[in-house]
Design a binder for this molecule. Structure first.
Ligand code: NAD
Length: 379
């Protein structure tokens, strides 16, 4: 079995607008099938609102509690020669559904790393009379960032640090496995990845909104991190991306100090591995996710972006007590992924997986279905 869509290096080149819309409507429907949130935010800014965790956070805020949302993302509009990017259509679907439901929603298209977009958000929030935000979701995943001060463009590099690492990657079209060795990152590559995926831009956003008086007393701001198991440690947590996540996590503490006077809090939520456009290009992640899905589905523990965010809101961010965090102050909703019994079973799959049995012993079918669905396509 194989996909007919054009897929190259974890990137799908085909997009079906109607399918992208369906994906948003499915999440809104799933929200409608759960009980309404008892508590939640009243005014929400989502940075990275068009896909993955950011889109789910926007849907849960809007359709779980009726909160007005301002969403920012960087997506490609369709033109004569080419269709738009999936998030372009997801934004339209979200805006249309919110309008029909009478929920305020404003969507901006722009480079969230730039000063111009930050200024625009401040202006638009005032023009559209958003209450000061009491929830700011930071969910950007990007290959590049231009530093607004220096004008230098920095790049995300996904590599191990200190020594080479072997990665077993999965061809998303054919399911063929390939072993490759990744060379260790240079100091420049490490620094570049921290610049793009670390906490510097999150801090610029929160400082800007704070100075503009656009943060409500008791505001919560949440950015997403990943830790993962020993299996992916060389490539992820001990690699360049892990360094950036450490920086992001340290930034949360700085931001909490900044927000202290308004009783606000900045948190990092460590999420589980899911199929998104960002995770599809990380070497070794697709195979790991396919194995993880097999195990978590069999154990009745499977969660996608929507389920993770729904649990984040209900069981971590908006409870009667304090926000439950680990010893380093991080919210953990990767708790089920990292359970010993789950990881033990994932390791058992890794011991036997090969090109002949990958469809059978992992949930590559499910992975491929979700990956194509991100682009509006059916597996
Ligand atoms: P995604 O690719 O689904 O979404 C990324 C979003 O960022 C999109 O809305 C995109 O438009 C936006 N974006 C990218 N560059 C932008 C820019 N310059 N300006 C404005 N918007 C921009 O990614 P995702 O997987 O949901 O990742 C979101 C966060 O969650 C990341 O920090 C990621 O590390 C984290 N996370 C992901 C996983 C996973 O398995 N996918 C697990 C744990 C944590």
């Amino acid at each position: 079995m194989g996909a007919t869509a054009r897929i190259s290096n974890g990137v799908c080149l085909d997009v079906d607008p109607a399918g992208c819309e369906r994906l948003v409507l499915d999440q809104i429907k799933a929200m409608g099938q759960t009980t309404r949130l008892g508590k939640g935010p009243r005014s929400v800014l989502v940075l990275g609102a068009s896909g993955g965790y950011g889109l789910s956070a926007r849907i849960v805020s809007a359709f779980g509690i009726g909160a007005p949302t301002l969403g920012v993302s960087l997506e490609r509009a369709p033109c004569e020669k080419r269709g738009g990017s999936p998030g372009w259509y997801s934004n339209i679907a979200f805006d249309t559904a919110a309008k029909q439901a009478g929920i305020k929603a404003v969507t901006l298209q722009g480079d969230a790393f730039s000063e111009a977009t930050k200024d625009q958000v401040v202006q638009v929030a005032r023009e559209h009379q958003f209450e000061p935000f009491d929830l700011v979701i930071y969910s950007l995943a990007s290959p590049v960032r231009t530093d607004p001060e220096t004008g230098v463009m920095h790049r995300t590099t996904i590599k191990p640090i200190g020594q080479p690492a072997v990665a077993l990657s999965l061809n998303l079209a054919t399911g063929q496995l390939k072993q490759s060795t990744l060379a260790p990152a240079t100091e420049e590559e490490i620094a570049g990845t921290i610049k793009v995926m670390g906490g510097e831009d999150w801090k610029l956003w929160i400082s800007k909104l704070h100075e503009a008086g656009l943060l409500a007393p008791g505001v919560k701001t949440v950015a997403f991190s990943y830790i993962g198991p020993a299996l992916s440690r060389d490539i992820y947590r001990s690699g360049t991306l892990g360094r950036a996540k450490e920086h992001l996590e340290a930034t949360a503490h700085e931001l909490t100090s900044l927000l202290k006077s308004s009783m606000g809090v900045a948190c990092v939520a460590v999420c589980k591995a899911v199929v998104t456009r960002a995770s599809a290009v990380i070497p070794a992640m697709p195979l790991y996710i396919a194995a993880l899905f097999r195990v978590m589905k069999d154990m009745g523990l499977h969660e996608d972006c929507f389920a993770q965010i729904n649990r984040l809101f209900r069981e971590r961010l908006y409870t009667d007590g304090d926000i439950l965090v680990d010893s380093e102050g991080r919210i953990r909703i990767d708790d089920w992924e990292l359970r010993d019994d789950v990881q033990k079973k994932v390791l058992e799959i890794y011991k036997i997986v090969n090109n002949e049995n990958v469809w059978e012993v992992t949930d590559f079918d499910g992975y491929q279905h979700d990956f194509l669905a991100l682009h509006g396509l059916k597996g």
